[in-house]
Structure formats: C-alpha cells, structure tokens
Write a protein that binds this ligand. Structure first.
Ligand code: KG4
Ligand code: ZN
Length: 352
C-alpha cells in the first residue's frame, strides 16, 4: 500500500523495450519509484553470446503485457491514476523499440493519456536523479553502455551537448566481445568485472587509445585487437592465459581513458558534478576510481544502484516526468502523436 496521497503527485508509467530487457515502471514526481519491473531476456540470448534482434522483438511481444500489469499491480495503482505514459522511442534495436512504442500508443489511445517519447540515452543520465534528489544540472555525464559511449554536457533538463563519442566499439560492446572470445559467457561486463578484481591491472600494458588527443572521442577497437593478438600469441607459444590478469589489464585500459577524458571535460566546463550512466556504470573499478579521482580535483561523482544503471523503465518514467513538468525547457511538443515512429539512431541533441 502507498501511504502518500497519489493524487497530489504526477504518476508516470514508463515502458522500455530498446534492447533485451522488457521493462515497465511507475514513478511518482520523477523520483519515488512505486514499481520497477524488469524481465531480462538474457537466458534466450546467452547461447548466442549476444543479443539476437529477432529473438528480442518476439520476447518483448510475449512479455510486455504481463510486465506492465505487474508494474501497475506492484505500484498499487490502475491506469486511472496515471498522468502520462512515457516510452523509449530510440536509440536501440528498431524491432524491439516498435513493440514498446506500439503498446504505449495503444494504451494512450485507449486511456486518452498523453504519450511522451523518450530518448534512451537521456534516460540513462536521468536515472541518477531518481536516487540523488540534490543532483542538479549543469553536469558532465559519462554514458557507457552496450551500445553507446559518450561524454555529454547537460546544461539543463532537455539541454544536452555531446562532447565526444566512440569512433567504433561502445564500452560495453568491448567487454562483451572480449568475454566472448575468452568463452566466459554473456553479458561480458559483469563477468570481466568480477574476474578483474582477482587480477593485476598492471600485468599487461594494453594501449590507452586517444588518451592524449585534444577531443573527447574514444576508440576501443584497437584495444580489442591488442587483447585478441595477445591471447593468440600466448596460445601459439603454448602458454596459459592468466584470465584475471588479462581482465584486470583490459579493464584498466578502458577505464583510464574514460576517467582522463571525463575529468578534463568537468574541468574545462567548470562543473562540480559528474554522473556515470549506462550498463558499464555498474563496473566496480570504474565507480571507485572515478569517484576518487574526481574528489581529488573537487568534483563529486554520482552513480546509481546497479538495477538503475542497466536498462530499466524507472529511468524512462523519470524523463517522462521532466518532459511533462518542464515542457518549457524542452521547447518542443512533449506529447507524441500516434504517428510517432521508432528511431534506432535517435539523437540526444535536438535537431534545429
Ligand atoms: O545500458 P545497458 O543495460 O544496455 C544498453 O543500453 O546497451 O548496458 C549493457 C552493457 C553490456 O555490454 C554489459 O556487458 C555492460 O553493460 N555491463 C558492464 C557491467 N555490467 C553491465 N560492463 C562492465 N562492468 C559491469 N559490471
Ligand atoms: Zn541502455
């Protein structure tokens, strides 16, 4: 039972189906999570060592209705209590996005509730606002997930500048590919994270690509090749690969560049707050080291608890709340029409 008078709060139903999590959540006033249901599809993708888009779409179709029902039930509300429906419109897998968007449109049409289309990357950044009520823009966000690696300056809600991005692989993708090559399983990030804790990060000196370039871009494909070459060389020599050392050294090479560029962006943009967002934000070493290094230069790092780092619908409802309440800041139609289409490459920055 909810003890608060829900009629005083803005209740958003969030729906997320951009990749391989089918998720729905009810959030009050952009911060009080009444329910956050996540049906992971990982067991269906695991044997392929990665997300199979066709399987993801089919599983979303199966899971979306029960997941939404459970989110309403757990929040102890009905659609009559909801003020707006927020759904991920992109970026992501187009077939997967279409499932959530289609269901959200159907619900919006049937209930006459406003439909709010959400950018998945903005949602990862705003996930931090769910647990940190004192957090306020401007801030620098390091967004590191399975599909994205970007440094973002957030001037205000709805006001984003992408300072730099990966030129090739995303951070999570690099973790997943290395784990796949080593036969460690999927998703690779959490597995490498655990193994790295037992290894020596200085054992192998992998390249820190673009660490000294005068921009905020990243490149990870060279590091991936360096790791694969290292493993092949050892195997050819009949030597054993020390997996924990390899994981720790690879992870350190990824993290060093991310920390260096994030701190430089925070200094250059003179912001005091940094947020870590996306699935790779769950990485223990990245969280600990960035927090420590940020504190050394007087900046504060914020990150979420693990279920809010990886894909979830509470973060979608959170963006829905800010778009609904701060429509003036967004300066555009916040309510999507029923013609709205999924956009696998949806940009975080408003097209002018
Ligand atoms: O944000 P997310 O759930 O989905 C996308 O939007 O991509 O991120 C998933 C990614 C996967 O690549 C996964 O391996 C990575 O996040 N990941 C991690 C950790 N937990 C998840 N990477 C490094 N360390 C972790 N602990
Ligand atoms: Zn994501």
């Amino acid at each position: 039972m909810n003890n608060t008078d829900l009629s005083q709060e803005t209740l958003i139903l969030g729906i997320e189906t951009s990749c391989d999590e089918t998720a729905a959540a009810v959030v009050a006033d952009g911060k009080r999570i009444l329910s956050n249901i996540i049906a992971s599809q990982v067991k269906w993708h695991q044997k392929f060592n990665g997300v199979v888009p066709e399987i993801a779409s089919r599983k979303h179709v199966e899971l979306i209705s029960p997941v939404i029902e459970e989110a309403l039930l757990e929040a102890n509300v009905t659609l009559d209590d909801i003020d707006a429906i927020a759904v991920t419109r992109g970026p992501g897998l187009v077939g997967a996005l279409l499932v959530g968007l289609g269901v959200a449109k159907g619900l919006s049409y049937a209930t006459k509730l406003p439909l709010i289309c959400v950018n998945h990357i903005e949602a990862h950044i705003l996930a931090n606002f769910l647990e940190h009520p004192n957090l306020k823009p401007p801030l620098i966000a390091l967004v590191v997930s399975g599909g994205h690696t970007a440094l973002v300056y957030m001037g205000d809600f709805g006001e984003y500048e992408v300072l730099g991005e990966t030129l090739d692989d995303a951070a999570g993708e690099a973790f997943d590919k290395i784990a796949k090559f080593l036969g460690l399983g999927y998703p690779g990030g959490p597995i490498i994270d655990k193994l790295a804790a037992k290894g020596n990060s200085k054992a192998i000196n992998f390249p820190r690509a673009m660490i000294n370039t005068n921009n905020y871009d990243f490149s990870l494909s060279g590091l991936k090749t360096a790791v694969l070459n290292y493993i092949s060389k050892l195997k050819a020599e009949g030597k054993e690969v020390n997996i924990p050392d390899l994981c720790a050294s690879f992870q350190a090479a990824v993290i060093d560049v991310q920390i260096h560029k994030t701190l430089r962006a925070a200094r250059e943009r003179t912001v005091d707050e940094i947020v870590l967002a996306g699935g790779v934000a769950a990485n223990k070493s990245l969280r600990e080291r960035l927090k420590k290094e940020a504190a050394k230069i007087g900046k504060e790092l914020f990150y979420s608890s693990l279920p809010l780092c990886t894909d979830n619908a509470a973060m979608i409802a959170c963006v829905g709340y800010y778009r609904y309440r701060k429509a003036d800041k967004y300066g555009e139609e916040i309510v999507c029409s029923l013609d709205a289409n999924a956009d696998p490459n949806l940009s975080l920055v408003k097209e002018i």
